[in-house]
Every structure is written in C-alpha cells, then in structure tokens.
Design a protein around this ligand. Structure first.
Ligand code: BGP
Length: 490
C-alpha cells in the first residue's frame, strides 16, 4: 500500500468563499466583504471613498489611496455575503463529507466572527459557539478539522484605522485572536495553518494596507505577517504541545522556457521572489541572504524589535502545506503567447492542456513540487488545495457527469502516489479545493466550480442553495475507501 493508513483524505474551503452569514451572529465586516463579483473578463472591484468624499471603483487593490475607505455599494452583489451558505448548511455539508469518508476537513475561521473589529477587548461568544458546533459536528463523524487561521482577509476596521499589517499593533491583535481560538478549541482542533497562501498577501484586501504597491509599505507589512505567523507557531505549542501547525503557500511550479542559462536564472529569481522566500523564513527562521541583499538594494530598512530574530527562529513550522493547481513557464524573451493560472500568468506551455479558465494542467509538476520541497526542508507535507474549476451542467435526470474533474484529480493523485511510494516523500494529507461548491476567489464567479457537491447558486447570488451530489462524489468516496488504491472511474 502506498498511502499511510492514517492518510488525511478530505476537502478544503475558506470562510469568505463558503460561509456567508456576513453580518450574522455579531460578525464584523472583513475586507473580503467589500469585494464585488466579476468574471473571466471583468475583474472584481471595490468601491472606495477617497478623503475628499469622492466614490469610485478600483480593481487594482494594491492602489487604494492613502486615507481612502472601502464602502459597500448597495446596488452591487458581494459574493462573500451569503457565499454558499455553510453558515446554515453546516450539518448537511459535514454529513456529505462524512458520507464520502473524509478524514479531515480544511476550513477557515472568520477573524471578524471572533473579533468583529479586530481590536475589540473581548471575543464575540456567538462566533466562538458557531465554530464549536462545526468542530463538534466534524468530530462526531471522526473528521479531523484542519483550520486555516486567516484566509485572504482582515477586519475592515483595522485596514481603515491603522492600515492593517503595516502597523505592528495588528500583530498583537492577531495574537489575541490566536490565543482565543487556540485556547477555546484546544481539545477539538489539532492541525492549524497560519496564513492561507501567504505569498499572495500584497494588497488592501489581503494586508489591509493602502498604497500597498509602495515596496517599503508592502515589505514592512509582509514582515509583520511573517512575525505573526512565527509567534502563532510558538504560542500554539505552548497552549497544546500536540498541536501541529503549518505554513501555507501557493506553489505554482515554474519551468524555465529553454536551456538558455538566462531562462534558468530568471526562473530561479522569480521562484525566490514568489515562493522560496516564504518557505525559507517559515522553515528556517530567518530572512535568506538573497532577500536581505534585495532589501538593501531597494534601500528598505525594516522596522524591527530587538528580539524579532529570535521570534522568527522559535516559530519554524511543524509541516508544510501548499496549494497546487498549475505550473507556469518563465522566459526572458518578451511577447510570448501567454497562459493564465492561479492569480499569475506565464508563457504558454506547448506540452500541457489548459482548463476552461486557461490554467495549465500539470500532474507531473505536482510530483516535482513534492520532491523539491521534501528534499529542501525535510518536513512533512500536505496538499491542501488542488482541483479543477469547471462549468458543471445538471442533466435532465438531475445528475452531474463531471468526468473531467475525476480525470484531473485522478492524474494528480497518481503523481502523489509515485512521490510517496517511489520517491519516499512524507505526505500527510490531501484536501482538494472547494469540496462543496463555493465562490471563486479570483473571479468571484459561482460557475467556476470545484466541488464533489453542486450548490444551486448562480453568479448573481440567486439560487436555492440546494446540494446535489456530482458523479465525482461517488468516485472520491471510492478513492478514500480504498486509501487511494482504486482510482478508476465509475
Ligand atoms: C487559491 C485560494 C482559494 C481558491 C483557489 C482557487 O488561491 O486559496 O481561496 O479560491 O485559489 O482559485 P479560484 O477561486 O480563483 O479559482
């Protein structure tokens, strides 16, 4: 058998794309609640009110003007507000996960459900009770919760009042949030991830920073996030030594376009900037030399406290988790045919097929990623996002024949298997993205679906929210039942 007996098969979600109930139970507004829907051709936007009272929409979230506030435009649809309503469907959804045989369920806690403004003196009990119910429901089925502490948002009040992560006070507010949830769920949750795709945090909606395209502001905010992540690791271990706490990075694999050394060098530079830096800090506990040199060249001196270096060292993670959807090609030549991908694009790869959203499909890339990470850091790994965003069609007999999704997942699991069985990589688990349909982060669409379970909801937020099992539901159930041995289609 290739996968270990206790392999964590499951699925993954995020509060702002799945939960809804955006103001229910005392929840406060988060940055994710002010982002409109969009589609493949229309970017998601936020309405801002500038200091002189002018209101306008912007789509480059790193360019929110200093002093501006995000506001809600009542005429617009905001996907996070109801999302696919896990808030009211959690029992039904967790029962469906249990039916598939899930061993784990990756979900995130909404920071603003616990601290509605971020800087509140006391936690919101109603929010804490909500997650108590979710974890109890999971545990009753023997499903281990895998909790992302922060998934792509920040309390809006912190963004408006102190520019979010730019201000070191946010580290302390975040620590209070961590302490609250670590203590409260000490006996219910064992596996934690600090920040979702920490290498994608760089604008107003994720960092809460206005004018985040200013490198100094961006680097300082990221420094605070990394510090907070390290402090969270240390605190978690103090509260419960059995906690396992991991990092989470968007692992887009980069290939140099040719064997021209210039392409390989460029690939190395871009890999470092995009992801290696974040792995290095969180796995080794210090800023790597190439980053130190880069900051020096940019003339950026980070504001630090005396014991910060020790904090980073003390906060190295227990395991690595990452998302993997696609690879990209890096070239030094300009004007090449472009491909899309998870938030980033690259040069078209002639060897790969692409999804309906233009993301290259590369299962072998996943084996390469698993090996590279394990070789370099020698830490256990978890794949906490992977999957195919596709348009699903309900047939007249109410079935959904998503063979394309089965095919995508099957090919990726095959490569995981080789990495474990043949290469000896230590892999703890696999949680495909959006196991129950949810809103797309990139486009805000509903029609870009990833799930094993269809949710009746459209791009304007209309629908009954009824859950329908897709063909992949039965297939994944069989995969889990056979612990990854039987991957054949049904
Ligand atoms: C990752 C995010 C998820 C998720 C996924 C799929 O970057 O962590 O939140 O949404 O990408 O991307 P999309 O929703 O844009 O298809």
């Amino acid at each position: 058998m290739s996968f270990p007996k206790n392999f964590l098969w499951g699925g993954a979600t995020a509060a702002n794309q799945y939960e809804g109930g955006y103001l229910s139970g005392g929840k406060g507004l988060a940055s994710a609640d002010v982002i409109t829907g969009g589609d493949m051709h229309t970017p998601r936007r936020i309405m801002i009110e500038t200091k002189d009272g002018t209101r306008k929409y912007i789509s480059r979230f790193a360019d929110v003007e200093i002093g501006a506030h995000a506001v809600i435009d009542e005429k617009m649809y905001y996907p996070s507000h109801n999302a696919t309503d896990f808030y009211h469907h959690y029992q039904e959804d967790i029962a469906l996960m249990a039916e598939m045989g899930f061993k784990t369920f990756r979900m995130s806690i909404n920071w603003t459900r616990i601290f509605p403004n971020g800087d509140d003196l006391t936690a919101n009990e109603e929010g804490l009770v909500f997650y108590d119910k979710i974890f109890d429901e999971c545990l009753a089925y023997g499903i281990e919760p895998l909790v992302t502490i922060n998934h792509f948002d920040i309390p809006l009040h912190l963004a408006h009042s102190i520019d979010g992560w730019l201000d070191r006070k946010t580290v302390e507010y975040f620590m209070k949030y961590c302490e609250t949830i670590f203590t409260r769920y000490k006996d219910k949750v064992k596996y934690w991830l600090t920040f979702n795709e920490i290498n994608f945090l760089r604008d107003f909606t994720t960092l809460g920073v206005r004018n985040a395209s200013d490198r100094k502001r961006q680097e300082q905010a990221i420094y605070h996030v990394l510090l907070a992540s390290a402090k969270a690791v240390k605190m978690a271990h103090e509260i419960n030594p059995d906690f396992k706490i991991g990092l989470m990075i968007a692992n887009i694999h980069f290939y140099p376009e040719t064997c021209n050394p210039k392409d390989t060098l460029e690939e190395m530079i871009q890999s470092r900037a995009f992801k290696d830096f974040y792995y290095d800090v969180q796995c080794r506990g210090y800023y790597p030399s190439y980053k130190v040199k880069e900051l020096e060249r940019l003339g950026i001196t980070l504001e630090k406290h005396e014991d910060d270096n020790q904090i980073l060292l003390d906060g190295v993670v227990d395991f690595i988790s990452f998302s993997y959807y696609n690879s990209l090609v890096i070239s030094t030549k300009e004007n090449k045919d472009q491909s899309k991908g998870n938030q980033l694009g690259g040069v078209k790869n002639p060897y790969l097929e692409e999804s309906q959203w233009g993301w290259p499909i590369d299962p072998i890339g996943l084996r390469i990623v698993l090996n590279k990470l394990y070789d370099k850091y020698q830490l256990p790994l978890m794949i906490v996002e992977n999957g195919l965003g596709a348009i699903d069609k309900i047939e007249p007999d109410q079935t959904i024949q998503d063979d394309y999704r089965i095919e995508y997942l099957r090919k990726h699991i095959e490569q995981m298997k080789v990495a474990v069985e043949y290469d000896g990589v230590e892999l703890w688990g696999y949680t495909p993205w959006g196991c129950i349909d949810l809103v797309s982060a990139g486009t805000g669409e509903m029609k870009k679906r990833y799930g094993f379970v269809y949710v009746d909801m459209d791009d304007e937020g209309k629908g009954s929210c009824r859950r329908i099992k897709k063909k992949s539901f039965e297939w994944y159930k069989k995969v889990i039942e056979s612990n990854g041995e039987d991957l054949s289609n049904i």
